[in-house]
Design a protein around this ligand. Structure first.
Ligand SMILES: [Mg+2]
Length: 197
């Protein structure tokens, strides 16, 4: 659906598994912490007593820092983000990760974004708040924006905020619907280039 991209001038990205090759095994992390499968870690930990919750966050932070140190750009990610900046798009990252891990990851990738929202911007995806906050800081309307992610929460957050949505499947078959579905960011890049011709 390249024509729908013709009006897009703002691109909001999830980080893990979207801009980076997925590294964190969230199911293993849930087993380590003993939280229920399928429930976001932050949501599961919210009900824990304070002391245990702090210990739980320390385990997550360690996993995120490890992932950040070995972070690799996902297929087509660097080329797409550079192309967006060359063409005056506004860009943002919206992630549930800790800020420190995000900074280390972005340095490893050699990429910069106009706005970076991390775990501190509560409530997290799939709530639309972080998407709306990114657009507020970028001073761009919802109608200009595409939210790109590899997980249901990314698509739902974008949808709830009223943006166009793009699911990156990392070469797998899609498990849920988005406005656009691509195997890799290089495919989204090709659609963007075509929309500008
Ligand atoms: Mg992700």
């Amino acid at each position: 659906m390249p024509s729908r991209l013709a009006t897009i001038t703002t691109v909001l990205f999830d980080l893990d598994g979207t801009l980076t090759v997925p590294v964190i095994d969230f199911d293993a992390l849930r087993r380590t912490l003993g939280t229920p499968p399928g429930v976001p870690l932050t949501q599961a930990l919210a009900d824990w007593p304070e002391l245990e919750r702090e210990r739980g966050y320390a385990v997550i932070r360690d996993a995120e820092m490890h992932a950040a140190r070995i972070a690799k750009a996902n297929r087509g990610a660097v080329e797409l983000v550079r192309w967006l900046h060359e063409h005056d798009f506004a860009t943002a990252i919206i992630t549930r990760n800790f800020r420190d891990a995000v900074d280390v990851t972005l340095e490893a990738l050699g990429l910069e974004f106009d706005v970076v929202l991390t775990r501190d911007c509560a409530p997290p995806k799939p709530a639309p708040d972080a998407v709306l906050e990114a657009l507020r800081r970028l001073d761009r309307p919802t109608s200009s924006a595409l939210m790109v992610g590899d997980y249901r929460d990314d698509v739902e957050a974008g949808r709830a905020a009223g943006t166009l949505t793009c699911l990156v499947t990392n070469g797998e078959s899609p498990r849920f619907d988005a406005d656009l579905t691509v195997p890799w960011l290089e495919d989204l890049h090709a659609l963007f280039e075509r929309s500008r011709k």
